[in-house]
Design a protein around this ligand. Structure first.
Ligand code: 13P
Length: 389
C-alpha cells in the first residue's frame, strides 16, 4: 500500500520528486535504496541547516521581538525605545564570547539582520564566527480574524517569497512564523484551520527560498483549563498543521518546530510538575510529529527561566525520535536585562548571565541539568495575559 502510493506520487508529480539514495546493509550485501523527496534547488542545504541547528547540547536564542515588543523589554529597565538602544542590546547579546558552545541559531528581527556592531562588523558575521546560524522572523504579526470567536490570524504571506530571497542574500538561513491559538476563545475550527494553512504556505515559501521554516503555532498559556484540555487542543492543532504541511509538499526533514509545552492553563488552580509536563508534551508530540522532523525547539511562553529549563530537562530523560531543545526569548533574556540595566559597565556581567542561562538549557537538552544554586530572579514567572510578541 505504502509502495503503491509512493509510486503514484512519483508519477503524478515527477517535477517535484527527486531520488535521494541511502545505503542499506543487508546480511553481507549492500544495496542502494531510493527515498522520494521533493526536489528543489535548496533541499540538501535545508536538511543540512536543520541538522546543524538541531545539534546536541545546543538550541536557539530568540531575539526577534518586533520594535514595539523590544521597547517593552527596554522600558522594563528604564530605557527609551530608540534604534541605538535596540542595537546596543542586540550587540550585547550577539557578541557574547562562547555563546556558540550552547546556541546553534539566533532568530533576529528584520532591523537586526541588517545592523552591525558599533565597530562596523555585521551582526550576521558575529554569529557566523561563532558557528551560530542567523534566522529571521518573517511574519507580520497578528490581527483579528473576522467570523471567529475573538481570535486572530497571522499576516505576512504577500511578498514573502521576495522578502525571503533578500533575507537569504543577507545571510539568513532559517525563518520563523508565529501564529497563536487561544484555548479560552475556543479555539474555533476556523482559527485552527487558518493557523495551520498559513504556517504551511509560509513553510513551503521559505523552503523554496533556502530558509528552514520554524513552524510555530503557539498555544497560549492563558486560561483556567487543566492539562488534559491543552493536550486535546495541541493534538488537534498539530494534526492540522501536518496535514497542510504535507498538502503543500513541505520537506519534513528541512523544518523545525516551535511548540508550546503541554501545561495546565496559567490560571488553573494547580501547577504541574516538570515530570507531568514532560509526559503530556512527549505524548502529544509522539502522536503527531513524524520522526523525519529533525528538531523540536520549544518556546518558553511566560514560564520562569528555571521552569522552562527544568521542563526541557525532564523531556530529555529518555531518548526521543527528534532533537528536543529550546528556542527561548523571555526565558533566556530576563536575567540578562536585569543585570545590564543599560549601563556599559554591566555589559560583561550581562553577557555572563546570558551564558549561565544558555549553558543551563544546553545541559537540559542533554538531560543533565540541576536547578541547584539558581537565583530567585530566574525563578520568577513572566506570564502576561494576552501577550503579544
Ligand atoms: P518566548 O515564549 O520564549 O518568550 O518566545 C516566543 C517566541 O516566539 C520567540 O521567537
Amino acid at each position: 500500500m505504502a509502495c503503491a502510493s509512493f509510486a503514484k506520487l512519483n508519477a503524478a508529480s515527477s517535477q517535484w520528486i527527486g531520488q535521494h539514495s541511502f545505503t542499506q546493509r543487508r546480511r553481507s550485501s549492500t544495496r542502494r535504496v531510493s527515498v522520494p523527496i521533493r526536489a528543489g534547488s535548496y533541499s540538501d542545504e535545508l536538511i543540512q541547516t536543520a541538522k546543524t541547528i538541531a545539534s546536541p547540547g545546543r538550541g536557539i536564542l530568540a531575539i526577534d521581538e518586533s520594535n514595539a515588543t523590544c521597547g517593552k523589554r527596554l522600558s522594563s529597565i528604564g530605557l527609551d525605545n530608540t534604534e541605538p538602544n535596540r542595537q546596543a542590546y542586540r550587540q550585547l547579546l550577539l557578541t557574547t564570547p562562547g555563546l556558540g558552545d550552547y546556541i546553534s541559531g539566533a532568530i533576529l528581527f528584520e532591523e537586526t539582520l541588517y545592523q552591525s556592531t558599533t565597530d562596523g562588523k555585521k551582526f550576521v558575521d558575529c554569529l557566523r564566527d561563532q558557528k551560530i546560524v542567523p534566522g529571521i522572523k518573517v511574519d507580520k504579526g497578528l490581527v483579528p480574524l473576522p467570523g471567529s470567536n475573538n481570535e486572530s490570524w497571522c499576516q505576512g504571506l504577500d511578498g514573502l517569497a521576495s522578502r525571503s530571497a533578500e533575507y537569504y542574500k543577507q545571510g539568513a538561513r532559517f525563518a520563523k512564523w508565529r501564529t497563536v491559538v487561544s484555548i479560552p476563545c475556543g479555539p474555533s475550527a476556523l482559527a485552527v484551520k487558518e493557523a495551520a494553512w498559513g504556517l504551511a504556505r509560509y513553510a513551503a515559501i521559505s523552503q523554496d527560498n533556502g530558509l528552514v521554516p520554524i513552524v510555530e503555532p503557539e498555544i497560549l498559556l492563558d486560561g483556567e483549563h487543566p492539562i488534559e484540555r491543552t493536550l486535546e487542543v495541541a493534538e488537534k492543532v498539530w494534526s492540522e498543521v501536518f496535514f497542510y504541511l504535507a498538502e503543500n509538499n513541505v520537506i519534513f526533514e528541512g523544518i523545525l518546530l516551535k511548540p508550546s509545552m503541554v501545561t495546565p492553563g496559567a490560571e488553573h488552580k494547580e501547577k504541574a510538575s516538570p515530570a507531568t509536563i514532560a509526559k503530556y508534551t512527549l505524548t502529544m508530540l509522539k502522536r503527531r510529529v513524524p520522526p523525519a522532523v529533525p528538531g523540536i525547539m520549544f518556546l518558553s511562553g511566560g514560564q520562569s527561566e528555571v521552569e522552562a529549563t527544568l521542563n526541557l530537562n525532564a523531556m530529555n530523560q529518555t531518548p526521543n525520535p527528534w532533537h528536543v531543545s529550546f528556542s527561548y526569548a523571555r526565558a533566556l533574556q530576563n536575567s540578562v536585562l536585569k543585570t545590564w540595566q543599560g549601563h556599559p559597565e554591566n555589559i560583561e556581567a550581562a553577557q555572563k548571565a546570558l551564558l549561565v542561562r544558555a549553558k543551563a538549557n544546553s545541559l537540559a537538552q542533554l538531560g543533565k541539568y540541576s536547578a541547584e544554586g539558581e537565583g530567585d530572579e530566574a525563578k520568577k514567572g513572566m506570564f502576561v495575559k494576552g501577550y503579544t510578541y
